[in-house]
Design a protein around this ligand. Structure first.
Ligand SMILES: [Zn+2]
Length: 250
């Protein structure tokens, strides 16, 4: 492996760059996993279900309205016939006792028929009343879900904007840091990071690689202690660039 050299400050800037990149990755993860994303999806699913129920409720209401109108239409001719018969009985125009008896029987039959039709109509009206109440409930719930959606979307956008600002600030900082790091070291950092979860460089801290968290063995420690300041070290365990600091314990 071709040895890379970089002065101490440049190596420390690489550690700063790693911190910036780690923070950027965390912010990007937060951006994608905001709780509002799931909440908005849940609310939209709820709203679609409620809208579909509302269509069903509208259909039920118009069906019941048709049924009620029909019940009233059915009632009219029976009621008219009853009125006519009762008028004839009252004004004494039915002279024949047999005809009168037959008419009285019909009146009784018509009254029963009217009572049955009125019961049926009443039942339809009760169903209609319940269907209208159900539609009102659905409309109120849809309105509530719409309000919740507006609030949640606003909160999501507020958080996304704050994250975007923070990420833009870090990208500027990143661009400045990269000008302080030699290209070959930067390229190596990028290559290792791509295959090591975005962590290409790690601090050697208390004789431990903070990239893989493993302790450096005694032989490697001796090599690291003897290495020149501008020599770029690599962790023997994870392969990451190891940066020496005052905390390295060498
Ligand atoms: Zn390591």
């Amino acid at each position: 492996m071709r040895a890379i050299r970089a002065d101490k400050d440049a190596q420390l800037r690489l550690l700063d760059l790693q911190n910036v990149d780690t923070t950027l990755a965390q912010l990007d993860h937060r951006r994608q996993t905001l709780s509002q994303h799931a909440a908005i999806a849940r609310l939209r699913t709820q709203r679609a279900a409620l809208a579909s129920n509302l269509v069903a409720a509208d259909t039920a209401i118009s069906d019941l309205e048709v049924e009620q109108a029909k019940a009233e239409t059915d009632l009219e001719p029976v009621q008219e016939r009853l009125n006519r018969n009762q008028a004839r009985i009252a004004n004494g125009t039915v002279a024949d006792a047999k005809a009168l008896s037959s008419m009285l029987e019909e009146v009784s039959h018509l009254k029963k028929r009217i009572s049955d039709l009125e019961d049926a109509e009443l039942e339809v009206m009760e169903q209609l009343e319940a269907a209208v109440a159900n539609r009102e409930t659905l409309r109120a719930r849809i309105s509530q879900v719409d309000d919740d959606l507006i609030d949640t979307i606003a909160e999501r956008d507020r958080q996304l904007a704050a994250l975007a600002d923070e990420m833009a600030r870090l990208r500027t900082e990143r661009a400045e840091l990269t000008t302080l790091i030699p290209d070959d070291l930067l390229a190596l950092y990028g290559k290792i990071g791509a295959s090591h979860g975005g962590v290409g460089a790690a601090e050697l801290r208390q004789r431990r690689c903070t990239g893989c968290q493993l302790e450096i063995n005694a032989a490697d420690l001796r090599v690291f202690s003897a290495a020149a300041e501008d020599e770029v070290l690599r962790c023997e365990e994870c392969g990451r660039i190891l940066i020496r600091t005052s905390q390295s314990g060498l």
